[in-house]
Design a binder for this molecule. Structure first.
Ligand code: COA
Length: 504
């Protein structure tokens, strides 16, 4: 991010300046190798510091609130992965389920993706950008997994699945309601074959009137309260770009699975984990249900419509770009907005830094003016206030504005485009943006593991080709002898049905 030349001017005016923060410049090249290396470096650095700092006597005896093993002596990042030893039967497809199992794979679980012979996960062939190669839709959601093709409705396919159920800890699926049962894989059946198995599902809705419905991302956004509260008051309900229905529910499910694994340590038995997409979205819209209840006590004063004198209805309204937490904020134009659709900054008028804001934008009189001096007085005047702040932001690029505002701890954020994020050097360094090589599509960018564990470092490995690991899973994981492998293969349970020859 560029440093402002004009920041000196603002500095001389405003009080309580903080030392200038180091701002990371955008646009640099890096590879997944670099990412892994730097993550490794960070790990061994923290390992060294952990080694050099001798624990106090009392710390040596500390054991949390349970009987934990002695802390391993290996350096951080070299004691294996967090979920090493956990094996997942991954029956997921499209986005929600694969998001969950990809996370588990990044944490070290052995994720075996079961795919329909010949076709695989439908996303392999959706939104294709490189002819003949798996799509980015698929590759970006299925890193670090192995792939086996099985026709789950074929008797020999059932035989293989039964073995997988015995050898795995968790079955994860996001089929349409009833599809797993129709394969004969009911909870009762699975629990009988392997009482330790955790069966984790994403469905569109929980039990109730819509439980049988098929659901995709935007349906969940609409039925979970996101769409009715997103957008501008006088416009249509809007869906967001963030995949809160699919990826959001996948995240919820991953937590459910890890929690169930933890409980299994005590009980020895598996359980069912269900995440409904509607529930996941509503959970993420929690603050909007809060506002729904606040309506009884009067207008929502931090919403722009309050200052505009527009009455509230009986449901939480759409609030445009207002911020929700009682700290009024807006998206404001920055220098270049006429040509650049992302030349904007989010600006929050947080109460503790109001004085600094007044100085930075050149309105020192607002610090003591009773119409502006207190948060309550400002609420009905938010449009006037943000118009004045925008006069100032329009004279700066979004990065210049960020640099200046950060010096005074004024919360703000430039609107970053996907292009800018893809080129952001700091995100490459942390492994949040990773370049991966793939045998049929070449190099591509992906989002790495956003959850960083200091003792379980994520290495992002490319997604599997369809059925790439069928043989090794049959023999190494399931222990089938060559004769059995041949029998299963010859039955057609692992291969696509041959296309009927066209009549001459
Ligand atoms: N071998 C044989 N059959 C297989 C198979 C395999 N390896 N894998 C899947 N199938 C079959 C299923 O058994 C099902 O058959 P059936 O309905 O005849 O019993 C069929 O493939 C289709 O599965 P389904 O899940 O219904 O896929 P769909 O493409 O029709 O629907 C969704 C897709 C996403 C709408 C649906 O799966 C769903 O609602 N999932 C739950 C919510 C969810 O996760 N949505 C978000 C997705 S990102």
């Amino acid at each position: 991010m560029a440093k402002s030349k004009k920041s000196a001017k603002a500095k001389s005016k405003a009080p309580a300046k903080k030392p200038v923060r180091k701002v990371v410049k955008l646009a640099a090249k890096s590879t997944s190798k670099n990412t892994i290396k730097s993550a490794g470096k960070a790990a061994s650095k923290s390992a060294k510091s952990a080694k050099s700092a001798k624990p106090a006597k009392s710390a040596k005896k500390a054991n949390g609130n349970g009987a934990y093993p002695k802390p391993v002596a290996k350096p951080f990042g070299e004691a294996g992965k967090a979920l090493e030893g956990v094996r997942i039967l991954d029956f997921t497809h499209v986005q929600s389920g694969p998001t969950c199992t990809q996370l588990l794979a990044w944490f070290g679980a052995d994720v075996i993706k079961v795919e329909r012979p010949g076709v695989g996960d439908i996303t392999r062939g959706q939104l294709v950008d490189v002819k003949g190669a798996d799509s980015l839709y698929f590759t970006m959601l299925n890193h670090n997994k192995r792939s086996i093709t099985i026709d789950s409705k074929h008797p020999q396919g059932k035989r293989v699945l039964d073995e997988l159920i015995k050898k795995c800890d968790v079955l994860v699926e996001n089929f349409a309601p009833g599809a797993l049962d129709r394969m004969g894989l009911t909870w009762d059946y699975i629990h009988k074959v392997n009482p330790r198995m955790i069966v984790a599902s994403v469905k569109g809705f929980g039990p109730g009137p819509y439980e049988d419905c098929k659901v995709y991302e935007n349906v969940a956004q609409c039925t979970g309260g996101s769409a009715s509260t997103t957008g501008f008051r006088d416009g249509l309900p809007l869906v967001t770009g963030a995949q809160i229905g699919d990826s959001g529910t996948g995240l919820h499910l991953a937590l459910g699975i890890v929690t169930a694994l933890f409980q299994r340590n005590r009980t020895g038995r598996g359980q069912r984990v269900l995440c409904a997409m509607q529930d996941g979205v509503l959970n993420l819209c929690r603050v909007k249900l809060r506002d729904q209840q606040r309506l009884k006590a009067g207008p929502l004063t931090e919403y722009s419509q309050y200052g505009e004198g527009i009455p509230f209805g009986d449901a939480t309204p759409r609030a445009g770009n207002d911020s929700g937490g009682g700290q009024p904020g807006r998206i404001l134009k920055c220098k270049g907005w006429e040509d650049d659709p992302n030349a904007y900054i989010y600006f929050i008028t947080q109460a503790p830094v109001w004085q600094a804001i007044c100085d930075v934008i050149g309105e020192p009189g607002w610090k003591t003016d009773p119409d502006f001096a207190t948060p309550k007085a400002r609420l009905p005047r938010l449009n006037q206030i943000f118009e004045r702040i925008e006069e100032w932001t329009k004279t700066k690029t979004k990065f210049e504005a960020m640099d200046i505002l950060n010096q005074y701890d004024i919360p703000c954020g430039p609107i970053l485009s996907m292009k800018e994020l893809a080129e952001d050097e700091s995100l490459r360094k942390t492994g949040t943006v990773v370049e991966v090589d793939h045998p049929t599509r070449g190099k591509y960018l992906t989002v790495g593991n956003p959850i960083k564990l200091s003792d379980s470092i994520t290495e992002v490995k490319r997604s599997p080709l369809l059925g790439e690991h069928t043989d090794e899973i049959l023999t190494d994981v399931l222990g089938f002898k060559a004769k059995d492998v041949a029998e299963i293969k010859n039955s057609g349970a692992l291969s696509a049905p041959e296309k009927e020859e066209k009549a001459a």
